[in-house]
Design a protein around this ligand. Structure first.
Ligand code: SF4
Ligand code: SF4
Length: 332
C-alpha cells in the first residue's frame, strides 16, 4: 500500500514547531510508518525542485509553520498549497501570526533600520540595508522581498485545518496525523484541538472562585506564587478563561500563567479583545481613575493580550500617521 505523502515547511518562525515534531520522540517512528515525508527542509535534504516535481495535489497534507513575512515564504506557501490536498496551519505563528506578528507594531523600514543600523552590536558605517537586487563583480545577487506586515497563513493561501500552540502539543500532532491517515479529519476549517476554554483542563480550576474580583495585578516575578491556587485569583494575568484547551494547562501546571498560545475557541473573532474582556471582567475597580490605575499595572498590554495574534486580529497592524513632509512629498 502506498503511504500518503506529507510535507513540513517553516516560514517566519523560531524553529520551535519543527522541534515539536522531533519531540514526538519514538512516536515519530510510528508516524513515518504511516506516511512518507516528501519534503522537510529543516531535517532532510529536500529542495524546492522536489516539490515542484510533484503532481498537483500529490501531497496528502502540508504542515506549514510560521507566519508569512517574505516573498519567498509566500511563494513556498502557494507552491505547497497547489501540491497538497490539505494544508494545515501548524502552530500559533501560522494560525494567528504568533510572536513574530508583534513586528506589526512597527513599519517595515523601521525594523530594517533598527536591525541593520541602530542595533548596538552593528557596525555599518555606510548604513547599507538589504536590497532585493545587488550588482557585484561576480554577478547579480537577489534576496526575498520583506513585506509591509506579517500575515497569517490563511491571509495568503486557503487553509484547511489549524493546529494551535506555541508549539502545538505532541498529542495533538499525533492525533492530527492519525486522523489524516485514517481519513477522519473533521470538516474543513476546523481547529484540531478541543473547543473549550483552558480552565476546563487546568488542575487549579477547582480553586477558581465563581465570583472573582482582583484588586491588583502582579507579574510572576513580583509574586510568591501559591502552587495550588488559581493564578488569576492570585492577581496574575492568566489568560486561561479566553484560551482554547489542548495543552493540558502546561503553563499553570509549571506555576506560570497562561499567555494564550492556543488561541481562541471557535466563534471568537478577536482573541486579544476576548482576553482583555476576560481580564477586565474580574477587575475590582470603580470609576475611571481607579480603572486606569489598575489597567496601568498590566505591563505591555499589546504584548500581553495580542502576544500570539496581532496579525489575525481586527487591528492586524499599527499604522503610523504619515509624517508631514512625507504627505507633502506625495501631494500633487
Ligand atoms: S485562570 Fe488560569 S490558573 Fe485559573 S483555572 Fe484558569 S487556567 Fe487555571
Ligand atoms: S497554558 Fe496557555 S501559554 Fe501555556 S501552553 Fe497552554 S495555551 Fe499555551
Amino acid at each position: 500500500m502506498t503511504k500518503p505523502k506529507i510535507a513540513f515547511y517553516w516560514c517566519a518562525s523560531c524553529g520551535g514547531c519543527e522541534e515539536a515534531v522531533i519531540d514526538l520522540g519514538e512516536d515519530l517512528l510510528a508516524v513515518v510508518e504511516l506516511v512518507e515525508v516528501a519534503f522537510w527542509p529543516v531535517a532532510l535534504d529536500f529542495k524546492r525542485e522536489d516539490v515542484e516535481a510533484l503532481a498537483d495535489g500529490e501531497l496528502a497534507a502540508a504542515f506549514i509553520n510560521g507566519a508569512v513575512r517574505t516573498s519567498e515564504q509566500e511563494e513556498m506557501a502557494r507552491l505547497l498549497r497547489r501540491k497538497s490536498a490539505a494544508v494545515i496551519a501548524f502552530g500559533s505563528c501560522a494560525m494567528l501570526g504568533g510572536v513574530p506578528g508583534l513586528a506589526n507594531l512597527y513599519e517595515s523600514r523601521d525594523i530594517l533600520d533598527a536591525v541593520y543600523r541602530r542595533a548596538p552590536s552593528v557596525q555599518n558605517s555606510d548604513g547599507t540595508l538589504p536590497a532585493e537586487e545587488s550588482h557585484v563583480p561576480e554577478g547579480e545577487l537577489t534576496l526575498p522581498a520583506f513585506s509591509a506586515s506579517v500575515r497569517t497563513l490563511d491571509q495568503v493561501i486557503d487553509v484547511d485545518y489549524y493546529l494551535p500552540g506555541c508549539p502545538p502539543p505532541t498529542g495533538l500532532i499525533t492525533s492530527a496525523v492519525t486522523a489524516l491517515v485514517e481519513g477522519k479529519l473533521p470538516e474543513k476549517g476546523a481547529v484540531l484541538a478541543p473547543d473549550v476554554a483552558l480552565c476546563s483542563e487546568c488542575p487549579r480550576a477547582a480553586t477558581k472562585p465563581d465570583k472573582l474580583l482582583v484588586q491588583a495585578f502582579r507579574r510572576p516575578h513580583q509574586a510568591l506564587i501559591d502552587p495550588e491556587l488559581c493564578l488569576l485569583a492570585q492577581g496574575l494575568v492568566c489568560l486561561g478563561p479566553a484560551t482554547r484547551a489542548g495543552c493540558a494547562a502546561a503553563c499553570p501546571g509549571a506555576n506560570m500563567p497562561c499567555t494564550g498560545c492556543m488561541g481562541p475557541t471557535n466563534n471568537v473573532i478577536d482573541y486579544g479583545a476576548k482576553a482583555l474582556s476576560a481580564v477586565a471582567s474580574v477587575l475590582d475597580a470603580d470609576g475611571e481613575d481607579e480603572i486606569t490605575a489598575r489597567v496601568a499595572e498590566i505591563a505591555d498590554p499589546v504584548g500581553t493580550f495580542y502576544r500570539y495574534s496581532l496579525p489575525a486580529s481586527l487591528l492586524h497592524r499599527r499604522v503610523r500617521p504619515k509624517a508631514k513632509e512625507q504627505e507633502e512629498e506625495v501631494a500633487p
